[in-house]
Every structure is written in C-alpha cells, then in structure tokens.
Design a protein around this ligand. Structure first.
Ligand SMILES: Nc1ncnc2c1ncn2[C@@H]1O[C@H](COP(=O)(O)OP(=O)(O)OP(=O)(O)O)[C@@H](O)[C@H]1O
Ligand SMILES: [Mg+2]
Length: 230
C-alpha cells in the first residue's frame, strides 16, 4: 500500500486490509459510474468481496444496485454486488463502511472543486485514483490540471480514456497530452453504444458473456488488481 494511503486510512481509523479505489473526475459524464459498476461486477465475478460507496447525491450507482438486487431475485446467477449511499460530508464514516471488505470502489460526483477537503481526504485514503476522461478538448482541459494536482500531492492516479476512437487524430493528441501529465491505463474504453442498456436491469456488459464490450473491462480489472496488489 502507498505510504500516503496508509497514513490517510490510519487518520480515519480504517483498517489497512481493504483496497480503496477512488473514481473521480472534475468533469461530469466522463464515465465514473459506468466504470464503478463494471469494477464491482468484475470483483464479484472474481470472488473478491467488494463494496461500492456512492458519494454522489444523484445516487446513480446506488440506484443501479437496487435494480440489480431486484433482477437477482428472479435471476440469482448474476453476481451479487453491494453498494451503499454515503455522504461526502461524512467521509470518515463512509470509509468505515468498507470494514470487512477486500475492495471499496468510491464513486464521486463531478465538480470536485466544490468538495475539495472531502475529495482530498478520500484521495489520501485511496490506493489508486481512477480518472475516466472522454477524449475531448473540454475533458482534457479539466483532467490534465486535476492529474497534476493529485500527483503533486503524492497520490497515485491513472487516467482511463473513455469513448475512445483510436482512429481519430483527436484521440492521438488527447492521449499524448494525458501521457505527458501522468499515468494512463493501458486499456481504454471504446465508444459502446449499448453500454446503458443493461443498466436498466442493474446489469453491466460483463453480465453478458457474448458482449463485445467485455474485453476492455476485463483488462482494466486485471490492471487494477495488479496496481493495488489485490
Ligand atoms: N464507453 C462509453 N460508450 C458509450 N456511452 C458511454 C460510455 N461511457 C459512458 N457512457 C454514457 O455516458 C453517460 C455518462 O456516464 P456516467 O454516468 O458513467 O458518467 P459519470 O462521470 O458518472 O457522470 P456524473 O458526473 O454525472 O456522475 C451515460 O449515459 C453512459 O451510459
Ligand atoms: Mg456518476
């Protein structure tokens, strides 16, 4: 565990056993909740005891989890996931909810500037901060300074390019700017038109074995496990 994460957790009185992933971006709609729920399903399918902590008042992740529980009543073969709604104001209490789990995935609202002390505390407790970024000028303009600020504080972070189209010159340019700013996850998420469809039932692409969208999420999961030594 990075020393800084260990200090952050000790300050909050949280056990060092659990790995914490913070999914954060200054930009709205960049894929934080999509990424969070796919990671939770990957964990469940791998037998890793994980909890999602939904810090967003919109409760996108928590509502998805409620729909999943309903679906599982009829189809219990879908992997079981746990999500709790938590408040940024009570970040200490939220971290403690992860007690007894091997992994906590923390989904956060955008506009990090409005919640800096809480986001900073979560970043300090995190083993890794995942920053999804859509390959547009607007996203990159917000994400590059955010990555630099987090790195400057000694936090470990990695950008996950989302809705990426490798064939475009804008992708190549944006990726280049991000690589110069900090770590970039080697696997990006392509534009997946049907990604929102399984969410209606609380599912993800990973719940459908034939889905063409599975591979990048499996690779990102393998990458994360290695990065946080899970
Ligand atoms: N790779 C993708 N391909 C296609 N659509 C995507 C992809 N990733 C995310 N989306 C869509 O983009 C929208 C925003 O995604 P998501 O809700 O995960 O973003 P977010 O960062 O959590 O947003 P917010 O800041 O509002 O919490 C959703 O409608 C989602 O289905
Ligand atoms: Mg969200």
């Amino acid at each position: 565990m990075p020393e800084i994460a260990s200090q952050g957790r000790a300050a909050a009185g949280v056990s060092p056993q659990c790995r914490f992933l913070l999914v954060s971006s200054p930009k709205g709609g960049s894929g934080k909740s999509v990424l969070s729920r796919h990671i939770l399903v990957s964990a469940a399918q791998s037998g890793v005891r994980a909890i999602g902590l939904d810090f967003d008042r919109q409760q996108t992740l928590a509502k998805w989890s409620v729909r999943r529980a309903r679906t599982r009543e009829a189809f219990p073969d879908f992997a079981d996931t746990t999500v709790e709604s938590v408040a940024l104001q009570d970040w200490r209490g939220a971290l403690k909810r992860a007690e007894g789990y091997e992994l906590a995935v923390m989904d956060t609202p955008p506009s990090v500037e409005d919640h800096l002390p809480a986001i900073d505390a979560l970043a300090e407790a995190a083993d890794l901060i995942l920053i999804p970024a859509v390959c547009t000028q607007d996203d990159i303009e917000s994400v590059v300074p955010w990555v630099k600020a987090l790195n400057g504080k000694g936090f470990k972070c990695s950008v996950v390019l989302n809705r990426a189209n490798r064939r475009t010159t804008s992708y190549v340019r944006m990726r280049g700017l991000l690589v110069k700013a900090g770590a970039v996850c080697p696997t990006e998420l392509p534009q997946l038109e049907d990604i929102h469809v399984p969410s209606i039932k609380g599912l993800t692409l990973l719940d459908y074995k034939q889905s063409r969208g599975i591979a990048p999420f499996e690779e990102i999961w393998a990458y994360l496990r290695r990065e946080v030594q899970l």
